[in-house]
Structure formats: C-alpha cells, structure tokens
Design a protein around this ligand. Structure first.
Ligand code: GUN
Length: 304
C-alpha cells in the first residue's frame, strides 16, 4: 500500500511571537527598575502608504503593550527632504531615544539612503546601517534586521516540528535558496543561513532557470514582492518554505485579498513545512523589533 503524503506543517508565527513579546515585557520591567526609565522607540512615517500606516500602527501598539516609551512622527507625503532629514537627525541627537525606525518606502523625491544614513548604528533597530550590516557579514551580529531574524526563528521552529514528526531535516548542510536580493530581507537572510552552515544561493530577476534552482532547495526563502510568482511545482518535495511576501491582489467582485510570493496550496502539497502565506513572518517581525529596541537600549546604557 502506498502511504498518503504527510500534510505540510504550517509555520504560524503568532503563538511564538506572543511568547517573545511576553519575554520582552518582563525584560522591559527589569530595565525600568535598573535604569529608572523605559526603553524608547521612535518611528518616522512619511506619507500615506496604506500598508505602511497599518504596519506602523501595529508597531506602536506592540511597543506600548510591552511598556516601551516612544512616539510615531507622522509627516505629510510632500515633506521636504531637508525637513525629514532634520527630524531624523534630531532623534539621533536625543540621548533619551534608544531606537529609531524610518518606515519604508519613503515618498517620491526623498533620497532614501541619505535619510537612513542619518540613523546612528547604535539606534538602528532595523539593522540597515553599514556598521550593523558589516557586523552581520563578519559573523558578529549586533542589531540584525527583524524580518530575516524572523525567517530564521521560523526555520528553527520547522526543524523542531519535523524532528518531532520523525522527518529527516537538518538546517546544517541544507541547500538554501533565497529568492530576492534586497538589503531588507534577501541579503541579510542569506548571511544568517550561511552562519547556520547552509549552502546558500541568492536568486533574483536575472537568475537563469529559477524554477530548476528552486527545485534544488531544501530551504526556500522567498522575498521577491511578486504575487504567487513561485509556483507549487518549483518546490522540492520535503522542503521547508518561508514566504515573506504580502501582496494585495484582485479577488473579483471589486474585492481584494492578500497573497504571498509563493502559490500556497500547490506548494503546501509538496513541502514538509511552510509559512501560511501572509501572516507567517509578520507577527515575528514586530516581536523582534521590540527585542532589537531593548537590545539597543541595553547596549547604549551598558556602554557608559
Ligand atoms: N517597510 C517594509 N518592511 C520594512 C522594514 O523591515 N523596516 C522598515 N523601516 N520599513 C519597512
């Protein structure tokens, strides 16, 4: 008799993210007791991008819930480059501020890199500063971008679940393919996978035979920002699939829906474990942002 294929383990980050948030809340209380003030996170939101507005509201609420201080600095879409730069420089110079996050994308006409460069590395809770990028690349991670960290936590979760199921899977030595080469996700996630002794390939829009390459992946991380671009039959049977994409698409009848960068149902039919499309990595990202803010605060005060 042929055994029915085992359904894929679904990697839902919500529960584990809630646990991390509780841990951060306890650490924040200890921080307040020791230093007489809460760690503070300041978020800069320029413009009216609807997705960014939702992300920032969630970050604001989560920071409050764990007892952090801070503020969201909302600026209009037509804010002048120099005004935005001055605002970020002001936050950088304020000794009472531990973490700064400039929500991307910035409005047209703003020179994004110049704005990001104004965030000092010790307050860079996004992990975008060249110092933090270099520390990660040299194997001494300091402040690491939150979404890539979330991907690795989910991969650890997958390894634990598959081990409990008796399915052979090891992160060490796995062939990992990262689809997408952004500074926010693709490049740092590749660094983290390399640190965990995966054999890593970064694929992008110019990669030849992307389907064939994906079919070699024991670990497939997709952060390309294109709705359902990775097809189910690109997934190697038994692979672990981490889909970072959140794309709004037409669902007919004037409605829209959110989908990932991977065609979920056919991919789930082949994978050993998979994120549940939109919603897998997201909750993690915010929990890890809080953790990064606490770390930044501890490093700043500890360094005195
Ligand atoms: N926009 C989408 N993802 C991110 C992120 O991780 N950090 C910032 N600052 N903006 C984003």
């Amino acid at each position: 008799m042929v055994e029915a294929p085992r359904p894929a383990r679904v990697l839902d980050g919500k529960e584990i993210a809630a646990k991390v948030r509780r841990e951060v809340a306890a650490d924040v209380a200890r921080f307040v007791e020791k230093h007489g003030r809460a760690p503070s996170l300041h978020v800069v939101l320029a413009g009216e991008d609807p997705a960014s507005a939702v992300y920032v509201r969630n970050k604001e609420r989560a920071a409050k819930e764990v007892g952090m201080a801070g503020e969201v600095h909302r600026l209009p879409a037509d804010v002048a480059h120099d005004e935005l730069l001055a605002r970020v420089r002001g936050l950088a110079a304020d000794d009472g501020i531990d973490g700064i996050l400039v929500q991307l994308p910035l409005p047209k006409g703003i020179r994004e890199q110049e704005i990001l460069d104004a965030v000092p590395f010790e307050k860079d809770v996004d992990g975008f500063h060249p110092m933090n990028v270099g520390m990660l690349a040299s194997g001494r991670p300091a402040l690491v971008p939150c979404t890539p960290l979330g991907c690795l936590r989910l991969l650890d979760e997958a390894a634990a679940l598959l081990k409990a199921d008796g399915v052979p899977f090891s992160i060490e030595g796995a062939n990992a393919v990262v689809v997408g080469r952004s500074n926010i996700v693709g490049k740092p996630v590749a660094q983290l996978l390399l640190q965990r002794s995966c054999t890593v390939t970064i694929a992008h829009s110019k990669t030849r035979d992307l389907p064939g390459l994906c079919r070699t992946a024991d670990v497939l991380v997709v952060a390309i920002g294109r709705a359902e671009m990775v097809k189910g039959d690109w997934v190697k049977p038994g692979a672990v699939v981490i889909d970072v994409g959140i794309n709004r698409v037409d669902a007919g009848d004037g409605k829209t829906k959110l989908v990932g960068d991977v065609e979920y149902a056919p991919a789930a039919a082949r994978a050993a474990a998979i994120t549940p499309g939109p919603g897998g990595v997201g909750p993690w990202t915010i929990a890890l942002l809080l953790q990064n803010t606490l770390r930044a605060a501890e490093r700043r005060l500890g360094a005195r």
